[in-house]
Design a protein around this ligand. Sequence first.
Ligand SMILES: [Zn+2]
Ligand SMILES: [Zn+2]
Length: 236
Amino acid sequence: MVRITVVYDNNAYDAALQTAWGFSALVETAAATVLFDTGGDAPTLLSNMAALGIDPHTIDAIALSHIHRDHTGGLAGLLDTGIRPTVYAPAAFPTDFKNTVSARTDMVEVTGPMQIAPGIHVTGEVGTDIVEQALVVETTDGLVVVCGCAHPGVVEMTRRAAESVGTQIALVMGGFHLGQATQAQISRTIDGLNALNVQRVAPSHCTGDPARQAFSAAFGENYVLIGAGAVLDLER
Ligand SMILES: [Zn+2]
Ligand SMILES: [Zn+2]
């Protein structure tokens, strides 16, 4: 089994959890527990983990999508709990950020695609302006691509995951960065994901409500509603 839990999101799902601007998801398999992004602040992140019964000490590794505060803001406070997971961050991150993290725990600077735990990969650096990586999880139905903000475009992030790990995409989830997008841009994004044969989508965080509604209409029962506290159990 693979369990993916949204532990931090600005969209509500489980009323017992707090919402705040940002994103973080925990991926648990029999082999490893990986946290993808850390949300915007540690108090919200840690409070949500406690509400979900997640012990931070179970986290083996943390993958950071991109440098923006709403994805990295919870890291320092998370390390303050005493955990020392390996942090996988794009090599393009600012030197002072990398130095601060590597002074506290092992840090791996990621450039290209790499497997960070059995069946769990990162795409490596995508984009030039805001460099970002997605997390890619192997399941029986295909890959789950987890995006932070998808600044380089969610279609491009998914294409890179398909290129580096495998072409069958079961689910794309997380931030699709369409909050300011026009209907035409949203339609092109839906077409782009369909062209990659993406089976299901779970857009959240910076996707925006108009785009979420458009995805819901386009994907029907293959649209998965997520938000803070959503739990996806998948087979692998
Ligand atoms: Zn974001
Ligand atoms: Zn961002």
